[in-house]
Design a protein around this ligand. Structure first.
Ligand SMILES: *Cc1c(COP(=O)(O)O)cnc(C)c1O
Length: 371
């Protein structure tokens, strides 16, 4: 199998894969203990105090996003401000529109971060905004949004702060208590390096309690999911047992390897080696080094007429490296993920493969293609 240089699903460890060789029953005491430990570990990792709860939701990350938006965002009178600087912000706004929940967006394009001043100005301009939805690492470009500074700038306001930390949680610090974040969502197949299958919502208990009856959906109802998990230790509907057991193994390996500082350092190193190597070939990045995070790197498409992304992608995959298919930013670009069970040796291998493929395709003019 190729290495997955994508922001999830990603390359997992052998231990994580092996953990899935056991079939647990969803009602078994051992399995319920695993679920309990996972919930406690996630709360710890996000620096949640005793006022927070962890609710696990079946499905990919977007299921937790829709569950959180549907369970917490107001249906009338008040609005949710969605900060967009890429596809994931747009998706959250689309979900709210679909649910008929009032939404306003603050759109920064796809390669610029919102500033605390931008957010404060948007809140001052519309006094009916009661909820804020913001993304920690916008995986469209890999840009890191300054959520700590934003949270500090809005302290004291009657505002529910909701963060999509899907692609950053576990690798970029987040302190829900100190930054007074009300809700955070992430999923199993990102920086904790588990397999796809579930997502999770960390939220203040008071918000969950108030959310009874508010969700538009039965399966995505966080209040119901939470109360049943609390009461019985079980899920309402079939849980992804193998994905949960694998995640428990991933959490153990994460702690054993040194936790967040170690993971963050490995990803940063991956990103630095990759960006340096690409620049040596003449390829430019969309973002500057202080904007780009360690999760995914966006490179500007070379203008050489011999460059065709699909050929490039397939030739790399044949050599053992699956980069991110397709392009999302408005400027012609392609992306390479730097998370998962990969290290410098894998990145160096990918760089060698990229050099070979450029030579094979006779791509020599690396100047960026203009849109
Ligand atoms: C991966 C990701 C999601 C969730 O996507 P799914 O395909 O539903 O798992 C949401 N937001 C961000 C920022 C992501 O990186």
């Amino acid at each position: 199998m190729p290495f997955l240089l994508t922001p999830g699903p990603l390359t997992t460890s052998r231990g994580v894969k092996i953990a899935m060789l056991a079939d647990y029953g969803s009602r078994d005491i051992e399995f319920r203990e695993i679920v309990k430990r996972i919930r406690a570990s996630l709360l710890d990792l996000a620096h949640c105090g005793p006022n927070y709860e962890c609710v696990i939701m079946q499905g990919s990350g977007t299921f937790a996003i829709e569950a959180a938006l549907g369970s917490f965002c107001p249906a009338k009178r008040y609005k949710t401000l969605v900060v967009c600087n890429g596809a994931y912000g747009e998706r959250a706004a689309k979900i709210l529109n679909r649910l008929g929940r009032p939404v306003v967006t603050l759109d920064k394009g796809d390669s610029e971060a919102p500033t605390p001043e931008d957010i404060v100005a948007a809140l001052n301009a519309d006094r009916t905004i009661s909820h804020l939805w913001i993304i920690h690492c916008e995986t469209t470009s890999g840009i890191i949004n300054p959520i700590e500074a934003i949270c500090k700038a809005v302290q004291g306001r009657a505002l529910t702060i909701m963060v999509d930390a899907m692609s950053s949680f576990g690798a970029i610090p987040i302190d829900m208590t100190a930054w007074n974040i009300d809700v955070m969502v992430s999923s199993s197949n990102k920086c904790i390096e588990g397999v796809p299958g579930f997502s999770y919502v960390l939220a203040k208990r008071s918000l969950l309690e108030e959310s009874e009856g508010r969700c538009h959906s039965t399966v995505l109802d966080l209040y119901e999911q939470w109360t049943v998990l609390e009461k019985t230790g079980q899920f309402r509907f079939t849980p992804p047992t193998h994905a949960l057991v694998a995640f428990q193994q991933a959490l153990q390996e994460y702690a054993h390897a040194g936790g967040l500082p170690a993971r963050s350092a490995r990803y940063k190193h991956n990103a630095e080696v990759l960006v340096k190597g690409m620049r040596e070939m003449g390829i430019e990045t969309l973002l500057s080094d202080d904007e780009a995070g360690p999760i995914i790197q966006t490179f500007l498409t070379p203008r050489d007429p011999n460059f065709h992304f699909d050929t490039f992608y397939e030739a790399l995959r044949q050599r053992g490296y699956a980069i991110y298919p397709g392009k999302l930013t408005k400027r012609p670009s392609f992306r390479i993920g730097t998370i998962g069970q990969i290290d410098e040796a894998v990145i160096r291998g990918a760089l060698t493969a990229i050099r070979e493929v450029f030579a094979e395709m006779k791509v020599t003019d690396m100047h960026p293609l203009e849109s």
